[in-house]
Design a binder for this molecule. Sequence first.
Ligand code: SF4
Length: 278
Amino acid sequence: MTTETQHPGEAESSTQSTQSTQSTPSTASPAPSPASPSDRKRFYRLTADISNQLRFLADSGCPGFDPSPEALDILKKWEVKPTSHKRTKAETETETLDDIQRELEDCRRCALRGGRSRIVFGEGDPNARLVFVGEGPGYDEDRQGRPFVGEAGRLLTKIIEAMGETRDSVYICNVVKCRPPENRTPEPDETAACLPFLNRQLAAIQPDVICALGAVAARALLKTDRPISRLRGRFHDRDGVRLMPTFHPAFLLRNPDRKREVWEDMKKVMAAMGQKTD
Ligand code: SF4
């Protein structure tokens, strides 16, 4: 089930100024370090939410919040990202991306099998906090077996780097793993055939935030027919994970004046992940 939600990070990003007045408890102590990877992930999600909420309150002019250098230092410690770690099956109790990729080898579950050179499974950090999901491979991706490596991919890479991330620190994949002929939109039965593999990829990665690039990805992940222009710009809840729909980079190449809207969406993603947006 999917519902539209507003999280502390979203509220902060849509209303906060760029000044850094912040608020914290007055006693300094380093953030505790949770033991297990899943606890660690929950912990950093929680501290990012608290940090965002405190900054929002401070920026809103709420009295009683302390913007001293000591308090700012505490908040900075809270915003430390979890380090990447290799998870074992026992830790995650889910299958790995390699398990899923092996199952897709020579997949013939839909008509797109006929036109592909390679299956484009996805790439990036298997423990990424942020996953980008596009529509399907194009010509360059089909040739190289990698997602988003053409002109639109280069624009996506620029967006990722402007967010302070790299292609290696996030995960990038598509709804369908085989190139549709002439880059047409995947048919509903093709999307339906491939979507379970995307769902399994997301279950294996367990990201904090999913960014759906374009209408096909947003509609497939949110099970809706609403246009992307109505979906983008705010978080939706997808089984407990925040999902931000935004325009596809290929659309931005045709409509460069819409880049500002995508950047506003990405700033909300950054805020939700506890990253600074100024
Ligand atoms: S698009 Fe997905 S379901 Fe269809 S053949 Fe390719 S891998 Fe299989």
